[in-house]
Design a protein around this ligand. Sequence first.
Ligand code: AMP
Ligand code: MG
Length: 492
Amino acid sequence: MTLQFPFDNTYARLPEQFFARVTPAPVRAPRLVRVNAPLATRLGLDPEWLASEAGVAVLAGNRVAEGSEPIATAYAGHQFGNFVPQLGDGRAILLGEVIDLAGERRDIQLKGAGRTRFSRGGDGRAALGPVLREYIVSEAMGALGIPTTRALAAVVTGEAVRREELLPGAILTRVASSHIRVGTFQFFASRGDVDGLRVLADYAIARHYPDAAHAERPYQALLDGVIRAQASLIAEWMLVGFIHGVMNTDNMTITGETIDYGPCAFMDAYDPQAVFSAIDEYGRYAYFRQPAIGQWNLARLAECLLPLLADDADAALAAAQGSLDAYASSFEQAYQGRLRQKLGLFTACAGDAELGRDLLEAMGAHHADFTLTFRGLSEASAGDEDDGGGRRLFADPSAYDAWAARWRRRLEREPMDAATRRNAMLAVNPAYIPRNHRVEAVIRAAVDNDDFAPLHELVTVLSRPFDAQPAFAQYADPPAAHERVLRTFCGT
Ligand code: AMP
Ligand code: MG
């Protein structure tokens, strides 16, 4: 047999408390839903082989590919603020790692491939709906240029899974820079396993933050790197109107990639209080709370690293605090820089932050669509007659007019010519995001009618979020009142 996956595994070489070896549980009648050909090619895999019977058998867990050393990784985590000392991959199985064409190491993982030692009461399976949601949203995120895990393939299993009702089962093949979470550090720290912690930190440095190895204090440099990566990631989420929905510490990577798309959502009308997740009863993970929750989660990571930061407890605490103090400015810098670009401001001036804040405030007060407002500004920036349609998005368009007058005065101080600015703005303000009602419609067609055509069309449109696609203009539209989806479910 030729080597279809050029596996080169490192995590499976770590000490045995890091994972459990496990074989995916075969499924009855696997069938390919979709394979991500461009991603496959970038990983050095043959998309045609992946779509073949032998490939689908691997993607379904019915065959273990040569060189694969399947494991379920161990981790802990704070779930909605409560610490759970043992979580771990209860329904995900890491097949192994490959080096992609850019020389980056990537994990290849099956999600929904059967029970593991960490499954607790769960069945180890995934339902088709959540698999499609993760496929669509993670690929959309990637196309938006926001760090994320990716979807390599989805298959249906030919078996039913029992949730509230019986649903078709499916398996997602997920690709990530790694699956090391804040919760992975918590797993070792909460057991007082400082040796394990050090092995993990050294591994994380070697794999993700190689420069930290040469820093004066490598472990603090690791912490600083994670803080910067997460601050930047969450700033990006905020500026596309993304709500993760379950920012538990086990759902936060140390690479700064978005991971674990459960009850996530992109907002339509701007609403800082927005919460979609049905399980987020108290709005802990509401849109506007995400930056603060990020900091809270990073404080948990800093606590874990204390034994490595200094021999002396006070010195370790001071070091951790010093690193955490940088989060707010890191976030602000990433956020304001990105917001300026979205407004067509390519130089920094006093008052820019207020200008951005006041736009968002007016959008909130007048229920303006987040995505279309910024897209409209891109057109309006070049002096478009009806202001890019943006003003019509405001319940009271005069609120837009008052703000836009200030914005135009500010644009006069920009050196860039109008056409260049318009193009630059169109390249950072998407037309197409995975709107909830579109995602739901895809899921309904797939689950109720075994019809995957809407999935393929949506994924194709979302792969070019910044391009005008006249044939698919309706995909840019917000939902009509009766189409609005107000609740999303993680479906575990
Ligand atoms: P999540 O909400 O997907 O981040 O999952 C939280 C924890 O529950 C993780 O440890 C998962 O592995 C586990 N889990 C979620 N769904 C299942 C399932 N169907 N079977 C087994 N474990 C699960
Ligand atoms: Mg998770």
